[in-house]
Write a protein that binds this ligand. Structure first.
Ligand code: SAM
Length: 215
């Protein structure tokens, strides 16, 4: 077994997220994961949902070798090698051929996924990544496809947990462009891109799992 980077939080939250994810999506399909990080979610979900083909990605080229190693170690037929994908790129993925139907490589129609999954990115990236995520999801979800996001959010009518207030302050001290996002602002960006917020699931440790549908 390789000595790969490991996020304790991802180990704690992977099963509750998987339980919610499996209830929300259908029996089978393809999922594009944005901001896979260590790949703990990708390997856990792909192993648990063999009817779903999982495409992990991340924007940080430094994380890709370890992510690729974890994916290779898992050796799952439904788990694809990771790709470099910065949501801010005008074309997804960021390098190589665009996702394209039938592997046509940039020619013709962009590939559509049944679901796009993005955990814990919006608060650890500048705010414009939210609009970019929504616009990319609109380009790459089939009609009726779902964008599922997970992480902490601020809500106008829900008191913020002290742990989330402290986390927000810590994020903003580390990088002024980071910070926990207002759910209402995220939903507005989604609407602008043609996605509608359909479900809000309260998750352990004051996180939310949000489900947006495309048309
Ligand atoms: C806290 S980690 C989350 C990893 C994993 N999803 C999880 O929940 O454990 C945040 C990830 O967001 C990625 N990220 C930051 N900016 C991004 C962008 N513009 N596009 C795609 N991913 C980005 C980082 O490279 C990092 O791997």
């Amino acid at each position: 077994m390789l000595d790969l980077p490991c996020s304790p939080a991802a180990d704690r939250n992977k099963q509750p997220i998987l339980d919610a994810f499996a209830r929300i999506v259908g029996e089978q399909g393809t999922v594009l994961e944005i901001a896979s990080g260590t790949g703990q979610h990708a390997t856990w979900f792909a192993a648990s949902m063999p009817q779903w083909t999982w495409q992990p990605t991340d924007a940080d080229p430094r994380t890709l070798p370890a992510l690729a190693a974890r994916v290779a170690e898992a050796a799952l037929p439904n788990l694809r090698p990771p790709l470099l994908l910065d949501v801010m790129s005008p074309q997804w993925p960021s390098q190589g051929h665009a996702f394209a139907e039938g592997g046509e490589g940039g020619e013709g129609e962009e590939q559509k996924f049944d679901a796009i999954y993005c955990a814990n990115m919006l608060h650890i990236a500048p705010w414009p990544t939210c609009a970019a995520l929504m616009q990319g999801a609109a380009r790459h979800l089939r009609p009726g496809g779902l964008l599922i996001t997970y992480g902490p959010y601020l809500e106008d009518d829900v008191p913020t947990a002290p742990s989330n207030t402290a986390f927000d302050e810590d994020l903003r001290a580390r990088n002024a462009a980071w910070g926990i996002r207002r759910l209402e602002d995220v939903a507005a960006e989604a609407r602008r891109a043609g996605l509608a917020l359909r479900e809000r699931h309260a998750m352990p440790a004051n996180n939310l799992l949000l489900v947006f549908s495309f048309q």
